[in-house]
Design a binder for this molecule. Structure first.
Ligand SMILES: Cc1cc2nc3c(=O)[nH]c(=O)nc-3n(C[C@H](O)[C@H](O)[C@H](O)COP(=O)(O)O)c2cc1C
Length: 174
């Protein structure tokens, strides 16, 4: 048990997820207690699950609990989605809660819990009108989006710096 505020870190299946431990460490340094919820696809080798569980001291959640099981995490004081994929952003905006990650996001926005999003979406996908509508709909719900990040291929295959701490700044500054 701890008095620290509880942060959910929702991890989607984008290449930069491999570095999600940077966000966890930065959040802990800012005095958050952290629990990770990953999409089922993200659990399929996109990051080091064992390292994350060691770092947070808690199991990663990816599937719904059974009805008789207790809630594994406390209620969130804030939520970060990083990296946020094209797929998860669109499902969240549309209310398609077919993963624990999206279901948690839909519920957290309804409860008014602060949510910060670090998208990692290629320019070609970000140009899709459904994605633009999704971002605008979620912004209208009060969700805080960081600037776009296109991932690999930005400059001749080079990847810019993802800037994990932007999520924590967004929670602090709104
Ligand atoms: C190596 C790899 C990297 C990927 N990177 C991204 C990415 O940066 N952004 C994205 O939106 N999708 C990316 N994808 C595609 C997603 O994994 C795919 O759309 C998946 O359905 C997303 O599931 P999720 O939103 O439930 O995590 C990548 C796929 C692979 C195999």
């Amino acid at each position: 048990m701890t008095d620290k505020p509880f942060l959910y870190v929702v991890v989607c299946a984008a290449g930069v997820a491999a570095d999600v431990s940077k966000l966890i460490t930065a959040a802990q340094e800012r005095d958050w207690e952290v629990g990770v919820i990953a999409t089922p696809t993200a659990m399929n080798g996109f990051f080091d699950a064992a390292a994350v569980e060691t770092g947070t001291g808690r199991p990663i959640r990816s599937a719904w609990r059974r009805p008789e099981d207790p809630r594994p995490f406390p209620a969130p004081d804030a939520v970060v989605v990083a990296p946020a994929t094209f797929n998860t952003v669109n499902k969240w905006a549309a209310g398609i809660a077919d993963t624990l990650a999206v279901g948690t996001l839909c519920e957290a926005s309804g409860l008014g819990v602060p949510i910060a999003v670090l998208p990692c979406v290629a320019d070609a996908l970000a140009a899709h009108p459904a994605y633009q509508d999704s971002v605008s709909r979620l912004r209208g719900m009060g969700v805080r989006f960081a600037d776009p990040y296109a991932g690999e291929g930005e400059r001749d295959g080079e990847r810019g710096v993802f800037g994990w701490e932007r999520a924590l700044d967004l929670l602090r500054n709104g």
